[in-house]
Write a protein that binds this ligand. Structure first.
Ligand SMILES: [Zn+2]
Length: 222
């Protein structure tokens, strides 16, 4: 086991360097493509960022690709809020609180684990602290630590309304992953307005100016 988590105030916390790095990595993880080349690129850049314990550079074999995708899809569903239930069993798996023996284990995780012979599966530990009336979560991997950080600030997990990419919002009102997507969405909105309500207004303006012209013509003394 590594170290116990420190209680982090819900808002207004200044993320330290490690927190920012882990959040960046989990954002990279959730956006990795389906193809083996994307998987290879990710594991070369983040060799220690594994959902299961005891993995090193050599653990990321083509066979482990299936497990990687199973965790990525699990995380994507939570990130995109595709499951409306307030209790999401998949979060327990991402945090390592449940293993393949648990009754409600998602089939895709069980299948991926079985393919690897259950390597590195050890459940994390949540310790009750009697004097504080609190629980302390002990993580095994950087991945689990990153999921925990996200769990504490889950409002930050968003899907871009323009390109669908999963991203971490800096402000509650943020709806797009980048200024590029924001700009494109604004352009589309402006164009749609120009075509619908704008056309109506232009028509009204043209009709109005014609009426004024007709009135002024009548006023001209013969
Ligand atoms: Zn986007």
């Amino acid at each position: 086991m590594k170290k116990a988590t420190v209680r982090i105030p819900y808002m207004n916390k200044r993320a330290d360097e490690n927190t920012q790095r882990l959040l960046r990595w989990i954002e990279d993880f959730v956006n990795v493509g389906d193809d083996p080349a994307s998987y290879n690129r990710f594991v070369v850049n983040h060799p220690s960022f594994s959902p299961v314990e005891g993995w090193d550079d050599s653990s990321w074999t083509p066979k482990a690709h299936k497990l990687f995708l199973a965790y990525r899809d699990c995380l994507r569903r939570i990130w995109r809020r595709e499951n409306p239930s307030p209790y999401q069993v998949e979060v327990a798996y991402l945090l390592g609180m449940a293993d393949s023996d648990t009754g409600d284990c998602p089939w895709f995780l069980r299948e991926a684990w079985d393919a690897l012979g259950g390597k590195g599966l050890r459940t994390t530990w949540v310790a009750p602290v009697w004097n504080l009336g609190e629980f302390i979560y002990y993580w095994h991997t950087d991945f689990q630590h990153a999921v925990y950080l996200l769990f504490r600030d889950s409002w930050r997990a968003r899907a871009c309304e323009r390109c669908s990419k999963c991203f971490l919002a800096d402000k509650p009102a943020q709806r797009f992953c980048s200024s590029k997507c924001f700009g494109e969405a604004k352009q589309r909105r402006d164009l749609a307005y120009w075509r619908s309500r704008g056309a109506e207004r232009r028509k009204k303006r043209r009709t109005g100016s014609r009426r004024i012209t007709n009135r002024s013509q009548r006023r001209i003394p013969s």
